[in-house]
Design a protein around this ligand. Sequence first.
Ligand SMILES: [Zn+2]
Length: 133
Amino acid sequence: MSEENLFPQEDFIQRILPRLPSKEQQELLQGVLERVARGDPEAGFDLDDAVLNLPPVAQDWLKEKYLIHERQRHGMETLPGQISLLPASQRWVCPEENCPEDEPVLQEGEEPPECPHHHRRMIRASQKEDHAG
Ligand SMILES: [Zn+2]
């Protein structure tokens, strides 16, 4: 089995972890991720459990990332929005025109995350659509 084809679920979880509404959940997940990184054989199961306790919007977001990853693995291109399990109102996107980065909205009133490439505060996807075309 080739490692490079594995879905990097941990990287995506790490990205949304600081914004999780519950501090307890953040700490629990951080602990599980550290065990996964150390190669603890049980940690994978605990991670699956922890993912099931994430807000539904975060689970849908991870599912989307997984589906896109699988398409890429099979050499299929995925256009932005082609695989979309989240409504635009529940998605943060980068304000830059062609930036594919996005994150789920985990709770109303939360601080927008920053785009890891452009270091700009993200906006709701619904706002971006309003401005486009
Ligand atoms: Zn960006």
